[in-house]
Design a protein around this ligand. Structure first.
Ligand SMILES: Nc1ncnc2c1ncn2[C@@H]1O[C@H](COP(=O)(O)O)[C@@H](OP(=O)(O)O)[C@H]1O
Ligand SMILES: [Mg+2]
Ligand SMILES: [Mg+2]
Ligand SMILES: [Mg+2]
Length: 353
């Protein structure tokens, strides 16, 4: 199997980081800060980024990392930094061999900041680059809804490995189609799914655990006889995708079922396992460039499960352009057999044809 070691390290690193995010999810005070672009970041985002980068750096020291977060604010916020270190230093998997594979604990509070800042690669078309979103859907995380810990390995611009941990998704696929899946969550019994894919080898899922990896099962998109029978997965945040345009596309496709709304790349994961069929992310702001860490892992997991992922012009997502998807606008993910029809409807609604 290709990329066996990379997959194992990535899955265990995401599983370990999810232990931290779950702790923070259940705390009332999540240590929220506002970044320069006004978007939120929490103790969970910083802590998970530190833990995952540590695992990558221990195992693949020459690889580059494009991580969403950076430590500059933490260098000034000593109280918050100490709280994060308090969490990070105690997080370990309950399986010794798995924990040792990740290189054990971080050395110190000071080192934690430098480790977070190793996620500063500019990305680009050459070499091995990990795209890391320590908490995707931070607004969902703060609201008590869905969120995801996402890690993808891009080699020479092509996504080869994708791993996404969804601590609040039900292990039972059938329960994922309920209307309140994106609403208030608890990570009680039966919650927590780890999705993964390797290029050319299909997608799979397994329950998230506190210890070694659980057994996995292959996943695939469900067959949809025609577009009118499809179910949309959409974001919750009106500022992240154009819900009016999404609704107009649904109407053109004859879709009457209500959309399943949930934050984060859990949308890619949901359609990849047949809990929903089409993920639309139509642009709200014309000049917004999507970030590679918001899509790398999900793009591969959907394509390896039988889907197609493109932008609104039907062009594949291009992960070789740096930290953003500079050459793409919006995202359309659907079963491969339906993609052309969905793109057609999107183009009509956006007046692109
Ligand atoms: N104007 C915008 N358009 C599209 N995506 C945006 C956006 N502003 C922020 N985002 C991204 O939307 C992601 C969440 O997507 P969703 O709404 O599907 O949950 C955020 O990831 P983070 O939560 O990791 O910051 C952020 O990167
Ligand atoms: Mg963010
Ligand atoms: Mg994100
Ligand atoms: Mg994030």
């Amino acid at each position: 199997m290709a990329y066996e070691q990379e997959l194992r390290v990535a899955e265990l690193a995401v599983q370990r980081a999810s232990l931290l995010t779950k702790k923070v999810f259940n705390e009332k005070a999540k240590g929220e800060l506002a970044k320069d672009d006004k978007s939120p970041v929490t103790k969970g985002d910083f802590g998970a980024q530190a833990l995952i980068i540590q695992a990558i750096a221990q195992n693949f020291p020459d690889d580059e990392i494009v991580g969403e977060e950076e430590a500059s604010e933490l260098r000034q916020e000593s109280a918050l930094r100490a709280e994060i270190w308090d969490l990070v230093k105690d997080i370990k998997l309950d399986d010794k061999a798995s924990d040792e594979l990740l290189g054990g604990p971080l050395p110190s509070e000071e080192a934690m900041l430098d480790i977070i800042d190793k996620g500063n690669s500019p990305g680009g078309p050459k070499g091995r680059i990990w795209a890391l979103d320590p908490i995707d859907g931070t607004k969902g995380f703060l609201r008590g809804g869905q969120y995801a810990v996402c890690l993808g390995l891009i080699v020479d611009g092509d996504v080869k490995v994708g791993v996404i941990g969804c601590p609040n998704l039900p292990v039972d696929n059938a329960q994922s189609l309920t209307a309140d899946i994106g609403g208030q969550q608890s990570d009680a019994e039966g919650k927590g799914v780890l999705f993964s894919a390797v290029k050319g080898e299909g997608s799979k899922s397994r329950p998230l655990t506190n210890a070694a990896l659980a057994p996995s099962n292959p996943i695939s998109m469900r067959p949809v006889p025609d577009t009118s029978k499809a179910v949309f997965c959409e974001g919750v945040e009106a500022g992240h995708s154009n819900q009016g345009d999404n609704a107009a596309v649904a109407k053109r496709l004859g879709i009457t079922a209500p959309s399943v709304r949930l934050d984060s790349q859990a949308k890619y994961c949901s359609i990849a396992r047949g809990a929903g069929d089409i993920y639309l992310r139509l642009p709200v702001k014309k000049d917004y460039q999507e970030k590679i860490w918001d899509h790398a892992a999900g793009d591969l997991i959907v394509r390896e499960a039988g889907g197609q992922v493109t932008d609104v012009n039907g062009k594949r997502l291009d992960f070789s352009k740096g930290r953003t998807l500079a050459d793409n606008k919006g995202v359309v993910a659907a079963p491969a057999a339906l993609q052309d029809q969905v793109i057609d409807a999107v183009q009509v609604v956006l007046n692109l044809k």
